[in-house]
Unconditional design. Structure first.
Length: 459
């Protein structure tokens, strides 16, 4: 892509000279005849470099420089000053101009100054990219988990990361789908290329197509200039299609074609672009149901889910809870914080419907609200206590159940405990069985024995 330069000068002939010379040197040039017009064009085109005359009617060069620096401190501005006005040039440099050239200037002088500025600009961008990458690494790398279920996830990720295979991540909200998607990118040969994420559920459907594939100027009302879509931005890298299950049916054939043939066509365009993009998608919808109900195309599903990876909910891997608590305490510079037995028990039996995200938010809140380094049940929110069987362990001196004075049927109690465990685990039998520390077949046997189903709640 050619670097873009905005030239602002009220002198039409000088403007043309600058434009011609810079175009000739391989740059894309926009021109404006004054400060106001220049500023408007600046907002629209976001050029990497601005060359502006100092003396102009209306908004002069100095005012323009300040306005640009306010909006975008990193944009480089070169001022054009009249011969013999060196103090004006110095003022401009003080106000943030990168450099200046004095009129009259020759072609080589102009090109040299511009080339120097653009080189500086490239170095700054490169520097920032390296910094981001470093930050990304420290951010993305840690996926905490020592449970068997997470072990299986790590193993698949390791195997598929450096392949071209499309990956579909499924799992409840907050289980780490995006974290894993980024980790796949980081472990692939594409790690130096962009990781671009798009949330298919968050973008209005009439904008989604152009977000994904881009559009050409004039494709529809409001398309005032060409737009590069996420696919193109991800060229050479990874495109993360988040909440892909929400992709409108009418867009699915176009996505399928992009995946199969590796070409995209911007909205309103006639030219196809060949791209090299690795797809990682995620959804927390029940895709089997979406396929049956035909809200999602089967052919597209199989294209996306070449490697399906299911992220287990926190309920299914309670052994990771303690590890995650430690990890997030550390992340919040609270290494010294410990959870006492009561708090640990409550946190371990809670259902965590919001999974790791909920746990992380809780730790963040506890780190702010705590009065000391020991977290007890008193520090925990009611929601957690009422969702765990140790809820009133502290108030009934360690007893889990308070029996009525007149006695109680053990069978009835068992029926209630089983039902509650199932409800607490959203009727996930594996999770409920784990919760009750019994094998799944025992749970199923009990459910049949008492006729426990989601609709037939026992009283
Ligand atoms: N195993 C893990 N180890 C450390 N942090 C985790 C883990 N899983 C999730 N997280 C953290 O929990 C938060 C939620 O994770 P993420 O955004 O990846 O979830 P998600 O599955 O994409 O959720 P949603 O479906 O709601 O978008 C993030 O801050 C993430 O860093
Ligand atoms: Mg997500």
């Amino acid at each position: 892509m050619k670097p873009t330069i905005l030239v602002i000068d009220d002198d039409a002939s000088l403007r043309r000279v600058l434009e011609y010379n810079l175009q000739d040197a391989g740059y894309q040039v926009f021109t404006a005849a004054g400060g106001e017009e220049g500023l408007a064009l600046f907002a629209e085109e976001a050029p990497v470099l601005v060359i502006s005359d100092m003396k102009m009617p209306g908004m002069d060069g100095m005012q323009l420089l300040k306005a640009i620096k306010e909006r975008s401190p990193e944009t480089l501005v070169i001022m054009v000053t009249a011969f013999g006005t060196i103090d004006v040039a110095v003022d401009a440099m003080k106000a943030g101009a990168y450099d200046y050239i004095t009129k009259p200037f020759n072609r080589d002088e102009l090109r040299l100054t511009v080339a120097k500025a653009l080189k500086f600009c490239r170095l700054t961008v490169e520097n920032r990219r390296l910094k981001d990458e470093l930050a990304d690494k420290t951010d993305y790398q840690t996926i905490v988990g020592s449970s068997k279920a997470m072990g299986r996830v790590f193993e698949i990720v390791r195997k598929v990361a450096d392949t071209e295979a499309s990956v579909l991540l499924t799992g409840e909200s907050g289980t780490g789908k995006e974290l894993v998607a980024r980790s796949i990118h980081q472990q692939s040969g594409r790690r130096h290329a962009p990781f671009i994420a798009i949330n298919c559920a968050a973008i209005p459907r009439d904008l989604l197509e152009s977000e994904l594939f881009g559009h050409v100027k004039g494709a529809f009302t409001g398309a005032i200039k060409d737009k590069t879509g996420k696919f193109q931005l991800a060229d050479g890298g990874t495109l993360f299609l988040d909440e892909v299950g929400e992709l409108p049916l009418e867009l699915q054939p176009k996505l399928l074609r992009a995946l199969q043939e590796k070409v995209i066509e911007p909205v309103g365009g006639t030219k196809e672009h060949r791209l090299d993009v690795r797809i990682v998608a995620a959804t927390n919808l029940d895709m089997d149901k979406a396929l049956i109900e035909a809200t999602f195309r089967e052919d597209l599903y199989y294209r996306l889910a070449v490697i399906p990876i299911h992220l287990p909910s926190l309920r299914e891997r309670p052994e990771d809870i303690t590890l995650l608590l430690r990890y997030f305490c550390k992340k919040h510079q609270a290494d010294a914080v410990v959870f006492d037995a009561g708090a640990t028990a409550a946190l371990n039996t809670y259902g965590w419907p919001g999974n790791v995200r909920e746990l992380e938010n809780l730790v963040e809140r506890l780190m702010i609200m705590r009065s000391g380094n020991v977290i007890t049940v008193n520090d925990l929110p009611d929601k957690i206590l009422s969702g765990s069987v140790t809820s009133d362990a502290s108030s009934i001196s360690g007893k889990v159940v308070n029996l009525p004075i007149g006695g109680y049927s053990l069978e009835q109690l068992e029926r209630e405990v089983v039902t509650e465990a199932l409800e607490h685990n959203r009727w996930n039998q594996t999770a409920a069985a784990k919760f009750l520390r019994i094998p799944r077949h025992t749970l199923i046997y009990r459910m049949e024995k008492y006729g426990i189903t989601p609709s037939a709640k026992t009283e």
